[in-house]
Design a protein around this ligand. Structure first.
Ligand SMILES: [Zn+2]
Length: 496
């Protein structure tokens, strides 16, 4: 069996002032051909696919492209053309093939194309024809579109938030090989749900999201049900077909798939107000609470500047609150600011610098903060293996110290921005820290060992929880809660 596989994944924040260029994909590792096999073992959905493929007999793997851009602004036309062009060139050279495995995000948009995944899938389908199965691993914050449904045989979303990408790859890959062995004939039903919600209730370990995802797992245990994937779309995507969705695949049983898709869509709608429950604290109040806490690490979630959601990582709102409050315990704050980093590196360790920090990319939601601080540490060329999240190149970083506030300066939006390695590689002992600002609203798992308390801070920014403040232009209306919808029920018949 000859299986072609590729990854083109990025989560787009429509409201981000940034754009995603090829360099953004290169920063996270842009690989072609056999380099993918060497570098992607155990990493991401591709890692999961490779693990399943290794256990199969007589499989010839045809690696095409691996392009992962984390989260950011809209992808430029040139970058998307390049990535899709390389994918299709590789695919054409690989023919004939028996199957295709793709790792896509699902919520990528370019400057011209709202539905990047539909565009990619349509292009792949046009090369391989209708008889070659295409199986896709998606992020469950994907926006599902008609074109994606039409062009793929199977679409499988993450089961958890925080995500476990290799396990999604394994789940999708197993379905691909079962199809190729003729054991199953997947059929699909899906529903859009006219709903968006902020990230406050996005964890699948509690609350309504747990209820919705647990129901999916229950339904998957039924005979003939191959996959039930809920898709609570990430809420900063202003595109033509935007909104939540659910996809159900059964083994050649359209009636059952339709019934389950309707049930899952109706369940999400019934829970809609619970998805909007929030315990966000204002920045000043959050900092006061963190400073008063007796011991251990308080995580201050900078919800408006979620780098994993596509924000710039240079919002100064929480830094300003920490400085104003003159906190007693050690506070750790990350800040992406390449300009300030240059100044700090030029000054060197031990120097005292005065500079304008942050607020340079995100100009709509914050201003730079004037800081006088000692350069406590610098680092260059630090590369760390973050296991299933891949190898992470921190490049150059520096630690600034002003009172109890320790600012880790980054030159780019590294994945390590929400990882303790950012501080430990600059000489910080995490047990000394009283509080840490994280630029994510969901991925706190790397700090679990020290975590005592989590405070979701209501900070402004391109990933803020107040979705009504954005200038929505393309999302279909009416959509809850931007509009009043008195009554809604998922249609009984299919969307196809
Ligand atoms: Zn996600």
């Amino acid at each position: 069996m000859r299986i072609a596989f590729a990854e083109i994944a990025q989560e787009t924040d429509s409201f981000s002032p940034m754009v995603a260029e090829l360099a953004d994909f290169e920063a996270y590792g842009l690989y072609f051909g056999d380099e993918i096999l060497q570098r992607m073992q155990g990493v991401g959905p591709i890692g999961g696919f490779l693990e399943v493929a290794a256990a199969e007999r007589q499989v010839e793997l045809l690696p095409l492209i691996r392009a992962w851009g984390s989260a950011g602004g809209m992808i430029t036309v040139a970058a998307l053309d390049f990535l899709v062009g390389r994918l299709l060139d590789g695919l054409k050279q690989s023919l004939p093939i028996d199957g295709v495995f793709l790792s896509l995000h699902g919520a990528a948009a370019s400057q011209q194309i709202d539905d990047v995944e539909g565009h990619v899938l349509q292009a792949v389908r046009s090369v391989v024809g209708n008889n070659v199965p295409i199986v896709v691993a998606l992020d469950h914050h994907a926006n599902i579109t008609q074109q994606m449904i039409d062009c793929a045989d199977v679409l499988v979303g993450h089961e958890t938030q925080p995500h476990d990408p290799p396990s999604t790859g394994r789940k999708a890959a197993k379905l691909l090989f079962r199809m190729l062995r003729g054991e199953i004939r997947p059929t699909v039903a899906w529903r859009k749900i006219p709903l968006i919600t902020p990230q406050d209730q996005f964890l699948t370990s509690a609350g309504p999201m747990q209820q919705w995802f647990d129901r999916a797992r229950e339904l998957e245990r039924r005979n003939g049900v191959l996959d039930v994937s809920p898709y609570p779309m990430q809420p900063w995507l202003d595109v033509a077909e935007g909104g939540w969705a659910v996809i159900v695949h059964t083994n050649d049983d359209l009636e059952a798939a339709e019934a389950l898709a309707k049930e899952m869509a109706d369940l999400a709608w019934q829970l809609r107000d619970q998805f909007w429950v929030s315990e966000r604290a204002a920045p000043d109040e959050a900092v006061r609470r963190a400073d008063k806490a007796e011991q251990g690490l308080v995580i201050l979630s900078d919800t408006g500047d979620s780098v994993y959601g596509g924000a710039p990582g240079d919002n100064t709102c929480l830094l300003r609150a920490l400085l104003d409050h003159n906190v007693r315990g050690m506070a750790l704050v990350p800040m992406v600011d390449s300009e300030a980093l240059e100044q700090v590196l030029a000054a060197g360790v031990g120097a005292v610098v005065t500079l304008e920090l942050g607020g340079k990319v995100d100009r709509a939601f914050c201003r730079p903060v004037a800081v006088t601080a000692e350069v406590a540490a610098v680092s260059t060329g630090f590369v760390v293996d973050l296991h299933d999240r891949g190898v992470c190149d921190l490049q150059r970083t520096a630690l600034l110290k002003t009172g109890s506030v320790h600012i880790a300066l980054l030159g780019h939006r590294s994945f390590a921005i929400n990882h303790p390695i950012l501080y430990t590689h600059l000489g910080i002992d995490m047990t000394d820290a009283k509080m840490v600002v994280v630029k994510t609203a969901s991925n706190f798992q790397f700090f679990t060992r020290w975590r005592r308390e989590l405070i979701r801070v209501d900070t402004p920014g391109t990933t803020q929880s107040d979705l009504t403040a954005f200038d929505w232009r393309r999302i279909p209306r009416p959509i809850y809660p931007l509009d009043r919808i008195e009554r809604w029920e998922a249609p009984k018949g299919g969307v196809r």
